[in-house]
Unconditional design. Structure first.
Length: 328
């Protein structure tokens, strides 16, 4: 009897000290939920009754209640551009709510592994009732699921509550990556590159208004700006080169060169490097044409001057001859 009690004690001790931890094949919680903040990280679209996309993926568990849900007007939530990682030892898909769970629903996944590119049914309760407040199912066929489609056909009185949609994929994300920071979620890897997929980046500013705003000095060995056009149109025959008189008149009236923003505009809005370089080159090319024209005029004057010198010499020779004649 003592031996039996001792054995039972060992079993109880072992059971009491045992812990369930997350592994590739058995995730305990949602720390590897790929769908956290899916609305800002992936392409998400809906059909049917209105739902709040942020609430379905924010991890807060607060439910959103949709009305008017029927088999002819179901809620459809499509999530695309998910990480193209194979499910390996396992992945799990599901939903949860506080009240008013869907009693008819269907979950499908698009498997892109090795180019198979096929929709697979993960769970189908579209024709039979489901009577629990949450649902989770292991992916039945291993693959790389880049799209998920959740369809909710019916609920109590046409009302359906959804707290969270989830896709637990231990090898496709790091723990709680989607919840660490909405901004950090927009950074993704593409091979050896790191890319920012949504929103603006601010360095030295908390309110960037462009893809990249830097408040301070940038240092680089080279900056390349893509251009849609360039200033060589100045050299085309149909280009109207303003006369210097027109240029002078514009400067007198406006206080700056034509096609160049004035001081007030630049101080308020800054300048576009590519556009400004093109405009400055336009002025340089115009100056070049003015110089070429003036050089031609100078050459003509030189030739006229040489001709005048010849005539003057000829007149002088004639005058000398006349003087000689008079002295005889």
């Amino acid at each position: 009897m003592k031996r039996i009690l001792f054995f039972l004690g060992l079993v109880l001790c072992h059971t009491g000290n045992a812990q369930t931890i997350t592994t590739n094949a058995a995730p305990v919680g949602w720390e590897h939920n790929v769908l956290f903040n899916a609305a800002t990280r992936y392409k998400v679209s809906t059909q049917g009754p209105v739902v709040s996309l942020p609430m379905l993926f924010d991890g807060s568990m607060n439910p959103y209640y949709a009305s008017g849900v029927t088999p002819d007007n179901p809620i459809v939530v499509l999530v695309e551009d998910l990480p193209n990682y194979h499910t390996q030892k396992g992945a799990w898909v599901g939903w949860t709510t506080r009240y008013l769970p869907a009693n008819r629903f269907k979950i499908e996944g698009y498997d892109a592994y090795n180019g198979v590119n096929v929709w697979r049914v993960i769970a189908d309760y579209s024709t039979v009732d489901y009577n629990k407040g949450d649902f989770v199912s292991a992916i039945p066929v291993g693959g790389a699921y880049t799209k998920l489609k959740f369809t909710f056909y019916n609920g109590q009185g046409g009302n359906v509550g959804i707290s969270e949609l989830f896709f637990v994929h231990p090898e496709a994300t790091t723990p709680y990556a989607g919840l660490l920071s909405p901004a950090l979620n927009n950074w993704k890897t593409a091979g050896t590159n790191v890319v920012f997929t949504s929103g603006n980046v601010g360095i030295g500013t908390a309110a960037p208004k462009n893809l990249l705003d830097v408040k301070g000095t940038m240092h680089a060995q080279e900056v390349k700006v893509d251009m849609e056009n360039w200033s060589d149109f100045v050299f085309k025959k149909e280009y109207h080169l303003p006369t210097l008189e027109e240029v002078e008149r514009y400067i007198t009236e406006k206080g700056h060169l034509a096609d160049i923003p004035n001081e007030e505009e630049v101080l308020k809005n800054g300048i576009n490097l590519g556009e400004m370089n093109a405009k400055l080159l336009q002025k340089i090319e115009e100056l070049t044409l003015y110089i070429i024209k003036q050089n031609k005029e100078i050459e003509i004057l030189k030739k006229k001057g040489e001709s005048n010198d010849i005539i003057s010499n000829q007149i002088l020779e004639l005058q000398n001859e006349i003087n000689k004649f008079k002295n005889r």
